[in-house]
Design a protein. Structure first.
Length: 229
């Protein structure tokens, strides 16, 4: 190795040592500052000029969704994903993987997302279905089965799964699962960014549930019960 190459190697090794010594959790994604798990709806499609187009969703008015039960049934509730810290090199070698902690109430987060379905024209009530002759109403027990986010290169990605058990008078309960994927640019590995991408995944799952609820209100059947994984 020439002196010039040796000097470059020593400099690279020194920079790598400093990088290893730097605190991995300097971006505030720590166990002492977990994600708040508060739902904030994304802007309407017309207000997203720089993102992937989202088809407008509006359902016929007069359809009511009753949500007497909303549970968090995730097997691992403490974590909502992971951040992979990459070494800033040509091949982006992984340096560390850090768990992202969820500090808020995920059931309340889910409830807030479902209540926001009113923006699509659906009336939502977190109460039991009252005795009524109105056919345009649906009761559903909802369970949050997955809420996971992770870093992927320069982006953040999320996957949210809701399970709804629809109960209609005189018919057998129907179970459906709704998968929502979210993605956004990762600017600073911040808590708000991870919460934002989780909300995008949740929004997509809720949109699927809104469409099926509207179909039930219109008297259209859904597929038979889907076995839970």
């Amino acid at each position: 190795m020439t002196p010039r190459h040796a000097s470059r190697a020593a400099a690279a090794l020194g920079a790598f040592s400093v990088l290893l010594a730097a605190p991995v959790a300097s971006h505030a994604l720590t166990e002492t500052e977990p994600l708040p798990m508060v739902y904030e709806p994304a802007p309407e499609p017309a207000e997203r000029p720089n993102s992937t187009p989202v088809a407008p969703l509006r359902v016929a008015s007069g359809c009511t969704l009753y949500l007497p039960k909303i549970d968090d049934v995730r097997p691992h509730k403490a974590s909502v994903g992971n951040l992979t810290v990459m070494m800033p090199t040509l091949h982006a070698t992984p340096l560390a993987v850090q768990s992202i902690q969820g500090g808020g109430d995920a059931s309340a987060w889910t409830r807030g997302a479902l209540q926001s379905a009113s923006r699509y024209g659906l009336r939502v009530a977190t109460a039991a279905l009252p005795a009524s002759g109105n056919a345009r109403q649906v009761t559903a027990d909802v369970a949050l089965r997955l809420a996971h986010s992770w870093s992927a290169g320069l982006n953040l990605v999320s996957h949210v799964v809701l399970q709804a058990t629809y109960r209609m008078p005189g018919t057998e309960a129907v179970v459906r699962q709704y998968h929502g994927m979210g993605t956004r640019t990762n600017w600073a590995n911040g808590n708000g960014e991870f919460m934002s991408v989780l909300n995008l995944g949740m929004e997509e799952a809720v949109r699927g549930m809104v469409s099926d609820t509207a179909a039930l209100c219109d008297g259209k059947p859904l597929p038979a019960r889907v076995a839970a994984p």
